[in-house]
Ligand binder design. Sequence first.
Ligand code: 6MZ
Length: 270
Amino acid sequence: MEREMEWWISMPKVELHAHLNGSIRDSTLLEFAKALGEKGVILFSDVEHVIRKNDRSLNEVFKLFDLIHIITTDHTKVTRITKEVVEDFASENVIYLELRTTPKRNDSIGMSKRSYMEAVVKGLRAVDAVDVNFAPHYLGEGNPLKFGPVSDICNGTTKRKIFVRLLLSIDRRETTADAMETVKLALEMRDQGVVGIDLSGNPTVGDWMTFLPALKFAREQGLSITLHCGEVPNPKEIQAMLEFLPERVGHACFFKEDHWENAKSSKIPV
Ligand SMILES: CNc1ncnc2c1ncn2[C@@H]1O[C@H](COP(=O)(O)O)[C@@H](O)[C@H]1O
């Protein structure tokens, strides 16, 4: 079992569905929660078991995300989490990572969607355990991604290399205007590794059509689109989402045969 695990870890991998705040180290989350507990902001004993719990229902998952957002959302923490998440994926030999996160506004601490994203980019720049490539460059014939270790000429060591591409998520609780703000921010941050827009959030909340204007605008401007799709049984939404031809869909737990055929014939990776 252990050797099998070693083999899995040693395989170079691509990770196409990582949520920043869904990939935080438990130890970091507990450390932050403890500090907030000491300040009296939360009751650590209430929170600890929620963080440590393994099997969660869909509703419990989204309650946990709300808690995580209370615990993590300040600029310094966002930067640290980003750095650790990239280092953790690289340590498992992920060589290409599509990392998504929902830009958050929190007026009480002077956080805007933009400053949240700047904290994320700062985290990417802070990684030094591996060489992080997140600057966009033309991907085409004659200019493919060059995977493999890179040499650090200064000290003669070889560092692993990871390609990171950022996606800005729209939460299904948001409004059309919020979504449009996220898309505009993504467009402004294209030179900092942002390649696309993700639609995520509790699948039982809201209507994806609310975000269609923003998603269409994003596409017109050349951003890629990834949709959380079929996480709950909603055949109409699944069909409409597939017809939109997103570059990726996530989950697909409730796809029926015709949805799979549709996704396959449209060559949409799940
Ligand atoms: C379990 N399946 C899922 N389905 C839908 N959305 C999900 C998700 N898992 C995570 N998210 C979305 O990602 C956010 C956390 O990361 P960020 O704060 O954006 O970095 C969650 O609040 C939710 O909106």
